[in-house]
Design a protein around this ligand. Structure first.
Ligand SMILES: Cc1ncc(COP(=O)(O)OP(=O)(O)O)c(N)n1
Ligand SMILES: Cc1nc(C(=O)O)sc1CCOP(=O)(O)O
Ligand SMILES: [Mg+2]
Length: 207
């Protein structure tokens, strides 16, 4: 399966009180990957919420990805996204099996992406491309680097960081396959607007 489309990422603060309603609204608009991103250490809540998301994703035929935590991903039988300090890819691939989706944060370094590809990543993520409310301190990346990455890599390329409907088009034009978005999707005022935004992101990717 070619990974291409909207990659919705949850944020526990932004979605407080409307978590499942907003996620379902996004899934209704069309989501290729949904990442459960919760930076708290409340393991019981993380398991409960991830289980609910797995059920929702299975209803909408969307792939669930767990941020940071390969053990939780293995427990649920879903994919994982690992940053440079979240543990190595090779053991995660061994734990999750050959079919699992495993993503790797590569900031703006094509060499990290080439290494991730060798270690079995399913996609590589570059960013941050714009100012991000969610992660203001993430290292910056440029469209020039993205264009170069596109010529050197054969894996799906995910882009992240401050992406909105207004600024995403050049990223698609320079080779992005997956648009990973928190605020630009879930920062909406209503579930209807979340669904509209999801559809509009997919239209940008011609999905
Ligand atoms: C799709 C995607 N890309 C990048 C990240 C960032 O991962 P990481 O650098 O490990 O930072 P945290 O998200 O864990 O704070 C991501 N989560 N998803
Ligand atoms: C989780 C994350 N990682 C980033 C990176 O550059 O690695 S930027 C980011 C936050 C993405 O949220 P928003 O769409 O609200 O900017
Ligand atoms: Mg991480």
């Amino acid at each position: 399966m070619k990974l291409r489309g909207l990659y919705a990422i949850t944020d526990s603060q932004l979605l407080a009180g409307k978590f499942l309603a907003y996620v379902e609204a996004a899934l209704d608009g069309g989501v290729t990957l949904l990442q459960y991103r919760d930076k708290s250490s409340d393991e019981a809540r993380r398991l409960r919420e991830a289980e609910k998301l797995r059920e929702l994703c299975s209803r909408y035929k969307t792939q669930l990805i767990i941020n940071d935590d390969a053990e939780l991903a293995a427990r649920l039988g879903v994919g994982v996204h690992l940053g440079q300090t979240d543990g190595p890819l090779t053991p995660a691939r061994a734990l999750l099996g050959s079919k699992a989706i495993i993503g790797s944060t590569c900031h703006s370094q094509i060499e990290l992406a080439e290494q991730a590809a060798k270690e079995g990543a399913s996609y590589v993520a570059f960013g941050r491309f714009f100012n991000s409310n969610t992660k203001p301190g993430a290292p910056a990346a440029t469209v020039e680097m993205l264009a170069q990455a596109r010529t050197r890599l054969h894996l799906p390329i995910c882009v992240i960081g401050g992406i909105t409907l207004e600024n995403a088009e050049p990223l698609v034009a320079h080779g992005a396959d997956l648009l990973a978005v928190v605020h630009g999707l879930f920062g909406a005022d209503s579930t209807q607007e979340v669904t509209r935004r999801a559809r509009a992101f997919n239209a940008l990717l011609k999905i």
